[in-house]
Design a protein around this ligand. Structure first.
Ligand SMILES: NC(=O)c1ccc[n+]([C@@H]2O[C@H](COP(=O)([O-])OP(=O)(O)OC[C@H]3O[C@@H](n4cnc5c(N)ncnc54)[C@H](OP(=O)(O)O)[C@@H]3O)[C@@H](O)[C@H]2O)c1
Length: 229
């Protein structure tokens, strides 16, 4: 029984230190944000920061560090940056906030094996949509842009194609979309895919997505195993 109590204390201690590390990392990221905007009149905030999994995995396979990082980077930092710039925008009665969401939440009916990533982006989507309504009469435009695949470090796609634009191509169309609908997918091919997904039966999309992500997981595990050899 004594061992049980010690065990429980160890677990509580471990949880407490995880909490402290989480708060320290969040504080560091926010300090970077505060530093960047201090003394500046921020007219447009583009909340592009984001992270995903190294590769697809089941929810129970996520370690707590990855879990905390995803929530911290995708939700906490995005929220706090908005909190930082809003008072100045309200004072000046103008400004634009662009939050980068993801097709994983706003276009796909589900993103199995990227569940937490998709859920953090669902937060970004609803956060932006509600802010849009809340502040549109105060001269502040809030928009959520929802890309599908873009050839970037995070997507681990090196070569651009018609369906997967390069970061440069994407950035150009993304900038041109600022000030239009509260939720948009700026790249035209992504818009066509969005339409196609919306008319296909959800179970079909779910099955295709699950298969695709299971394959990404299989290749990721293989790579990990090769690294260990
Ligand atoms: N690429 C896609 O297919 C895709 C699809 C849908 C949505 N998105 C979204 O688009 C946005 C941009 O992603 P991307 O594809 O361009 O990926 P990226 O090249 O990896 O960019 C992500 C950005 O977030 C920053 N970041 C990530 N973790 C951080 C941390 N812990 N501390 C500080 N900065 C951190 C990165 O900084 P560093 O450069 O210093 O690492 C980078 O500037 C993200 O919000 C992502 O969720 C991307």
């Amino acid at each position: 029984m004594g061992g049980g109590v010690v065990g429980e204390q160890m677990v509580l201690l471990a949880l407490a230190s995880l909490g402290v590390i989480y708060l320290l990392k969040l504080a560091l990221l926010l300090l970077q944000g505060v530093w960047a905007v201090t003394g500046l009149e921020v007219g447009i905030l583009i909340n592009n920061v984001g992270m995903s999994y190294p590769y697809a995995r089941f929810f129970h396979e996520l370690d707590s560090e990855l879990m905390s990082n995803l929530i911290r980077v995708n939700i906490d930092v995005t929220t706090r940056m908005v909190q930082l710039v809003l008072p100045g925008m309200l004072q000046r009665k103008r400004g634009a906030i662009i939050n980068i969401g993801s097709g994983a939440a706003s276009i796909m009916p589900a993103d199995p094996l990227y569940t937490l990533y998709a859920a953090t982006k669902a937060f970004v989507d609803q956060f932006s949509r509600s802010l849009y309504v809340e502040y549109k009469h105060s001269g502040i435009d809030v928009q959520c842009q929802v890309p599908l695949y873009v050839a970037t470090k995070m997507a681990k796609i090196k070569r651009a194609s018609l369906t997967v634009p390069s970061a440069n191509t994407y950035a150009k169309v993304a900038l041109r979309s600022i000030g239009y609908e509260p939720r948009c997918t700026p790249y035209w091919v992504h818009s066509c895919i969005w339409w196609l997904i919306s008319v296909l039966p959800e179970p079909l999309i779910d099955t295709m997505r699950l298969r695709m992500n299971l394959d990404i997981r299989r290749r990721g595990l293989l790579k990990d195993a090769q690294k260990k050899e």
